[in-house]
Design a protein around this ligand. Sequence first.
Ligand SMILES: *Cc1c(COP(=O)(O)O)cnc(C)c1O
Length: 496
Amino acid sequence: MNLMYVSTRDASERVTASQAILKGLANDGGLFVPMEIPKLDVSIDELSRMSYQETAYAVMKLFLTDFTEEELKGCINAAYDAKFDTETIAPLVSADGAYYLELFHGSTIAFKDMALSILPHLLTTAAKKNQVKNDIVILTATSGDTGKAALAGFADVKGTRIIVFYPKNGVSPIQEKQMVTQKGDNTFVVGIHGNFDQAQTGVKNMFSDAALAEEMDAAGFQFSSANSINIGRLVPQIVYYVYAYAKLYESGEIAESEKINIVVPTGNFGNILAAFYAKNMGLPIGRLICASNENKVLYDFFRTGTYDKNREFMLTSSPSMDILISSNLERLIYRIAGDDAAKNAALMKSLRDGGSYEITPDMSAQLSDFYGNYASEAETAAAIRDLYESTGYVIDTHTAVAASVYQKYKEETKDTETKTVIASTASPFKFTRSVMKAIDVKYDSMEDFALVDELSKIANVKVPQAIEEIRSAPVRHQSVCEVEEMPQVVKQFLGI
Ligand SMILES: *Cc1c(COP(=O)(O)O)cnc(C)c1O
């Protein structure tokens, strides 16, 4: 029997996994969730002998039940190949009493590659299975990393177009350069005069615009999403938590069924939700530690039970976490509301209308798996410097938010014994300036690429291919628009 997916806002909207991947977002604006979380059906011992690709199959087959073995293995093998600069795909590095799970060895050196290198294959396979004739138009709002990873994944994939909107002044120079130099005849990159939340809201509005959908269909197109709301991104992200656990077991760091904590630098709540799903599959996970930067809306939520986005939007040195509406949190809210779509829909309406909602004490009581905290800009920089000075290991700004919050967690809870994995979500080379400035302010006077070479020297790590590529690449995308103009821009690009 197929595992079905249901909208978090309408219990009557049920689809298969492949349909959920194709649609991205449910008709009512809700997110698709599996009707139940499947349990791992292989032992940790067996998992510890598996490659990343084999682990991916063991996990994903449980969620994507309407894909055949051949289809799913085809997608996995096409995704996790030599695009990654290490055969282990997601290596664990031990430093200062924690295990850093390096999720940045893919083609754009951020963790988004873990899911976005497989999503195009899942999507085109899903289109074939469902006899879709239209070309798929991927519409994406990005706070920096998703955009490039999606562009890299979809560039020149037949039957697809990809349009990426990013906040013109809200991404790092290297992030912007990576996007605007993107090759591929089916790619389109637009800066907007606005922040990430406005870009994301603009995209969501287009997804739920019935008139636009009709116009698109008549011209032979349909939208899909590569944002982390797509179940085709969430499921591949569960894999690396299972893999990390099995590798810790294999190397004797943990005993069978010993609980580990997981720290995740969080923005849209996709990565940490994947860890939550892994826990619900039976993986022995203790606390899920949700680390925020100065946009600490999630920290406040975990402390108070009120989610309130009515606050100043901060631009920080961890731009991929500069988010006030964490979309994937809706999947957790739905869950702690007892899978009650009506209850969740009411809370989301309150968020849309007034910018906030409050959960009941009953719901709060189910959040004990989570611990939330945040790191200020100064604390983030200190985490980079301290780790570098004590171990020589260099982490990026996002990972540093997590490292800093992990210290706070240990101080506050006295839980210093539980082995802990920190999701390392970007290569320090992606945020070179902030990273080098944190290590020593003297570096701030150097040019971007000189800094890259200096980082390579002090960290004793080769400059990643993704950075070498953009040193001299020509700019191919220069469009900029207002938030209100987003639908026109899309139509223009598609020639309708
Ligand atoms: C996207 C991103 C995050 C946040 O992940 P979410 O799944 O949105 O919570 C953290 N760090 C980096 C480097 C990212 O690109």
